[in-house]
Design a protein around this ligand. Structure first.
Ligand SMILES: Nc1ncnc2c1ncn2[C@@H]1O[C@H](COP(=O)(O)OP(=O)(O)O)[C@@H](O)[C@H]1O
Ligand SMILES: [Mg+2]
Length: 304
């Protein structure tokens, strides 16, 4: 059984904006999964639908085998969501916010107390337990939201840009904490527009842009892929030859065009020398920017 199964999910907002366009993907239990995409890609819409805060237009969502349309409350018990916006009553004390959240799921009181204490201590909020939520700093509020999402022992934790706008120290301690609970068995999905965050934490990744999944793979293959550049070579004269090189991946497109894939930073002279050696004259060369490359640039140029 998958932790999450999304099938043909589409969301069209009232203003006809297509925020999610026929998206499908699956997350295995125990995974640490990234949904990486720039602002406006559709990440929060997706999380909104999974947590039943946003109505989908069409498609299916299954959480641990439970269809959110037909098994809504059972599904909801299995997930913890950390959204982008503060989602607790700011006038309640930190301790009560957690106690109420756990009580809402009908856990035995002894478990509730134990979990509240555990997460408040682990997330460095124990000393603040009698403060009202509104008196916490931004970083503390974020940690309280994480505690609130975990207090009922969900199998699947989903975080929407958990480290956006938080300082480096909190980012690191939050990363460490997430790795720890993932190791203990909680499946984690996070959205981010930091490639670095996805790279540090996640085993598998979906890249989302303009409401579509543009790539879906394990993290290592993805990282290898963005390290590759594609060049298109037009030849002066047609050739019937097929070419092969040990240093780069060369493909014939037609008799007067070849494409070459090489690691970033490969000396282009090596490729020219190769054609030269084969007795082939080059008319022109261009760098083909692929979709992923473009998106990667967009992500890395994005500074928040
Ligand atoms: N309530 C809404 N009504 C109309 N359009 C919306 C609404 N919420 C989000 N959008 C639009 O949907 C697209 C996806 O937004 P969102 O899911 O928030 O993206 P992300 O979280 O990846 O930044 C954006 O173009 C956004 O402007
Ligand atoms: Mg968002």
């Amino acid at each position: 059984m998958k932790a999450l199964e999304i099938k043909n999910l589409t969301k069209i907002y009232d203003n006809n904006l297509v925020a999610l366009d026929d998206i499908s993907f699956e997350v295995e239990q125990g995974d640490f999964y990234a949904l990486l995409g720039p602002n406006g890609a559709g990440k929060s819409t997706m999380i909104g639908i999974i947590s039943s805060l946003v109505n989908k237009s069409s498609g299916k969502v299954n959480i641990l085998g439970l269809d959110i349309d037909t098994h809504h409350s059972e599904a909801k018990k299995r997930i913890g969501i950390v959204g982008q916006e503060v989602n607790f009553n700011q006038f309640e004390t930190v301790h009560n916010i957690l106690l109420h959240q756990a009580g809402f799921f009908g856990m035995p009181f002894s478990d509730i107390k134990k979990n509240c204490e555990f997460y408040l201590k682990r997330l460095d909020l124990w000393g603040k337990r009698n403060e009202q939520g509104r008196n916490l700093s931004g970083g503390m509020k974020r940690r309280l939201m994480v505690a609130k999402a975990l207090v009922n022992n969900p199998d699947l934790l989903i975080l929407d840009e958990p480290t956006a706008g938080v300082d480096t120290e909190l980012r690191r301690s939050l990363w460490e904490f997430l790795v720890e609970i993932n190791k203990k068995g909680t499946t984690i999905i996070l959205t981010t527009h930091y490639l670095e965050e996805a790279e540090r934490l996640c085993k598998n990744i979906s890249i989302i842009d303009h409401g579509k999944i543009v790539r879906n793979s394990d993290m290592n293959s993805f990282l290898r892929e963005i390290e590759i550049e594609t060049f298109i070579f037009d030849l002066k004269e047609k050739t019937s030859k097929n070419l092969y090189s040990e240093n780069f991946d060369i493909k014939k497109i037609n008799d007067s065009t070849f494409s070459v894939q090489a690691n970033k930073g490969t000396n282009l002279n090596l490729i020219f020398d190769f054609f030269d050696h084969e007795g082939i004259e080059i008319l022109s060369m261009r760098n083909e920017t692929n979709r992923l490359e473009e998106l990667f640039l967009k992500l890395t140029n994005n500074d928040h």
